[in-house]
Design a protein around this ligand. Structure first.
Ligand code: BG6
Ligand code: MG
Length: 215
């Protein structure tokens, strides 16, 4: 019996994943190397600083100081904020509102489980903050996905046992995090990439279409 639906944000509810990727590509370009779509799969879901470490490893830049790393993370974040300056309800991914409404109608708790420190701002811009009974984000979780902390905080806020939580995720790190917490997982995206998930759909729209009675 599912009592809570926990949603990742970027790439599940909203199309901001492209903007994270674009901002990382800009930074890599500035540092003199290129990022590929395959590299990007490793950046999805992980915290800003963990993603930076991965980017630096890809570029073969291993000996930067802490201050330099913080400065690069800041540059990336400014770029990302520029990219999402026009964000509004039209950027919600297909099926997102329908899915949130279905869970709300069925009195299933709704929570956010996102690595992003910008999550609250994004929810506000999308005008969907009111749907969430709990918000666990990058300002609360110290350990990055694949650590399960961000999802456990959400479930603990709601007082729901982990095995009664259903997590929607578009990243490999996020699916691993939810599984480690003992939660059920729905991958949103390409099932060849998210093969560890219990089940995968291309979008939330497809999830809703295929789970009319069982949501
Ligand atoms: C996740 C994204 O939701 O948030 C990652 O999938 C991103 O790509 C992470 O690195 C952290 O986001 P932010 O907004 O705190 O830099
Ligand atoms: Mg995501």
């Amino acid at each position: 019996m599912i009592k809570a639906a926990i949603f990742d944000l970027d790439g599940v509810l909203v199309n901001t994943s492209n903007f994270h990727y674009a901002a990382w590509r800009d930074l890599a370009g500035h540092l003199g190397f290129t990022l590929t779509d395959e590299h990007n799969e490793r950046l999805k879901g992980v915290s800003r600083m963990s993603a930076l470490e991965i980017v630096l490893e890809i570029g073969g830049l291993s000996n930067l100081t802490c201050e330099e790393k913080l400065r690069l993370a800041e540059i990336k974040n400014k770029r990302y904020i520029d990219y999402i300056s026009q964000l509004d309800e039209s950027c919600l991914l297909e099926g997102a509102l329908e899915c949130l409404n279905k869970f709300k109608e069925r009195k299933i708790f709704i929570a956010l489980g996102s690595a992003s420190k910008n999550a609250r701002m994004v929810l506000e811009r999308l005008k969907i903050t009111g749907y969430f009974n709990a918000i666990s984000d990058g300002t609360r979780a110290i350990r990055a996905k694949p650590d399960p902390e961000v999802f456990k905080i959400a479930a603990d806020d709601l007082g729901v046992p982990y095995d009664q939580c259903l997590v929607f995720e578009d990243s490999i790190a996020g699916i691993m995090a939810a599984k480690t917490a003992g939660m059920k997982t729905v991958g949103i995206g390409d099932e060849r990439i998210l093969h560890m998930a219990d089940i995968t759909y291309k979008s939330l729209k497809e999830y809703v279409l295929n789970n009319q009675n069982a949501l």
